[in-house]
Design a protein around this ligand. Sequence first.
Ligand code: ADP
Ligand code: MG
Length: 415
Amino acid sequence: MTRAQPGPVATVAADAAVVPAQARRASLGILGGGQLGRMFVHAAQRLGHRVTVLDPDPASPAAAAADEHLRAAYGDPQALARMAQTCEAVSTEFENVPSTALRVLAEQGCRVAPAADAVAVCQHRLREKQLFQRAGVPCAPHAAVNTDADLDLPQLDALLPGILKTATLGYDGKGQVAVPSRSALSAAFTALRHAPCVLEKRMSLAAELSVIVARGRSGHIVHLPVQANVHRDGILAVTEVPAPGLAAEAAAAAVAHARSLAEALDYVGVLCVEFFLLEDGRLLANEMAPRPHNSGHYSIDACDISQFDLQVRTLLDLPLPQPRQHSSAVMLNLLGDLWFDPASAKAREPDWAAVLALPGAHLHLYGKHEARRGRKMGHLTVTADHPDEARRTADVAAHALGLPPLSPPPRTAGR
Ligand code: ADP
Ligand code: MG
C-alpha cells in the first residue's frame, strides 16, 4: 500500500486506506469441531469470516482449519463468554450440544441459529415424532418405552418386529436394537441400559431419502434436491443425487414435508429431514438433524450453493437464492475400515492416487489423526454430466478403495 504524502488532506486519505477490511467481516462461532464444523469453517472463511470452534478435543478437525480453537467443554461458562464476546453469530455442527449452551450464547447477545428450542426437539426422538404429527407429516408407528412396566403394554404387539431406539444420543445406528418379537423386548431394553426409548415398527423400505432445507429469519426457505441414501450397518454409505428412479410426486412430497417441518419449528438455519420411502409407496419421516448432514456433502461439489454455504448465509441473514445442482453426484463415505487391509487387518493407506485419477472425483479427507472402524474419515463425491456416468465412475472408485459395488441400482421407488 502506498503511503500518502504528509498534510491534513493526505492524512485523512491515509487513515481511510488502512481501515482493516477484516474488521468489517463478522466473526462466526461453531459449537462442535468434527468434519461438519470443518466444512462450515471452509465455507465461512471463503466469504472472509473468522471462525472460532468450541470443542474439547485437541485434535478437532474443525479447529485445525479455524482461526481460533476454544478447547473446553460445551457448557464451559468462560468459553461461552469468550465466544459471545468475539463472535457475532454462532451455529452448531451436532445436535447433542447442550441446548443450554445455545441459550447462554443468545442471552449474551450472539445471533444463534438454529435456536436452542429447535435443537432440543431434534435431540429427542419422541419430541421429534410429536412434531411430525403436529405438522401433518406421517412417520412410522411407534410408542414410548420408558420403564420396565411399559414393556407389557399391549399396544407394543402391533409394533413388532420393531426397533428399540434410545430417545436421545443415538447416531449412526448406535443406541438401537432390533426386536424381532415380544420375547426379545426385555433384553433389548436392558442392552440399552433402561434408557428412555422409542419402539418403532420395522418398515419395508424401498429407499431412504433425505432433504436439506435452509430457512432464513424472514421465513424464506430454499432446499437442496432430494437425496437417495444407502446405509450399511446403520451408517450412511452412499448418497446419490438425483435419486435414481424417484417419481416427481414423491420428491415433491419429501420437499413439502421438510418445508412444513422447518415452518412448524419456526426454524432458522439448515435442517435435514430423513425419510423412508416404503415398498407400498408411502413416504414417512424418520428423523431430523438441525444442521448440515452427511447426505448433503455432495452439494459442495455438485451444487452452486452448498449446505455449508447455506449454514453461513442463514446465520448472517445473507441472501438465500435457490441452490442449483449443476452435476449429477454419487457420494461414497470413507470410513476408518478402509485404513485396514481386509485380509491381514494390518494398517494401510487407501489408494488415493487411483481415486484422484478418475474424472469428476472430489476427495475430501477430514484430517483425523486416527482411523477406527466405523469412524467417518472422509468422503468422495463423483460428479458427472449424467447420473449413469457418475455411478459408473463411483463404482470404479469403490472398487479401487475396497468398498462394495454400487450396483444394482436401488429399486425404482415411488412410482
Ligand atoms: P441414526 O440416528 O442412527 O441415523 P435412524 O433412526 O436414522 O438412526 O436409523 C438408522 C438406519 O436404520 C436408518 O437409516 C434405516 O436404514 C434403519 N432404520 C431405522 N428405523 C427403521 C425402521 N423403523 N424401519 C426400517 N429401517 C429402519
Ligand atoms: Mg438417521
